[in-house]
Design a protein. Structure first.
Length: 168
C-alpha cells in the first residue's frame, strides 16, 4: 500500500520561511510528520535575507516541495553555510554533504517504488550526518564556532529522524 499522506505534508506546511507557496495549497500541518512551528530564521535565505527561488513558483509544485524532510534539508544547508567554516576542505565537505542531503531527499520524493525511495532517503540521511560531522570537526579544531556546530547538529538530528521514518 502506498500511503502518500504519511510521506508528504500539505505544501504550505513544508515551505520554509522566505519561500512562497502555491495558491492551490490547503491548510497547514496536515501531516503526522510535521513537528511544531518553524524557527524564525529563513533556512534558504542568503545573507541579505532574500530567498533564491520560490517553491512551487507559478503554481507548479513538485513532489519534494511537499516533503517536510526536504524543507529541513534546506534548513541544514542554510545552517552549514551560516557556520562559516574557515577550513576550506571541511567547508567544502560540509557544503557538498548538505547539498547532497537536499538532492537525495528530493530524489526520494520523486521515486515511485518503496525500495527506490528508501535508498534515496538512506543516502540523504547519511549525508546529513556527514555534514554535521564536518562542522563539528571544524568547531573542535577552532575553524567554526561551537554555537554554529550545535545549530547544525540540531537541524541534522531533526532531518535524520524524519528520513529514518521515511526509510521504514
Amino acid at each position: 500500500m502506498n500511503d502518500n499522506h504519511s510521506l508528504f505534508a500539505d505544501h504550505t506546511a513544508t515551505v520554509p520561511r522566505g519561500f512562497t507557496s502555491s495558491p492551490a495549497s490547503g491548510p497547514a500541518g496536515s501531516s503526522s510528520l510535521a513537528s511544531g512551528p518553524r524557527s524564525s530564521s529563513s533556512p534558504a535565505s542568503g545573507p541579505g535575507g532574500s530567498s533564491p527561488i520560490p517553491l512551487g513558483a507559478g503554481g507548479v509544485s513538485l513532489p519534494h516541495h511537499r516533503l517536510i524532510a526536504y524543507g529541513v534539508a534546506l534548513e541544514l544547508l542554510a545552517a552549514v553555510r551560516a557556520a562559516q567554516v574557515r577550513d576550506p576542505k571541511l567547508r567544502d565537505e560540509a557544503l557538498r554533504s548538505a547539498k547532497s542531503a537536499c538532492l537525495n531527499s528530493a530524489e526520494g520524493a520523486g521515486r515511485v517504488s518503496r525500495p527506490d525511495k528508501a535508498r534515496s532517503f538512506a543516502i540523504a540521511r547519511a549525508e546529513a550526518g556527514e555534514a554535521a560531522a564536518a562542522v563539528e570537526i571544524a568547531a573542535s579544531c577552532g575553524d567554526a564556532s561551537p554555537a554554529a556546530a550545535a545549530r547544525v547538529n540540531q537541524v541534522a538530528h531533526r532531518l535524520v529522524a524524519l528520513l529514518t521514518g521515511l526509510i521504514r
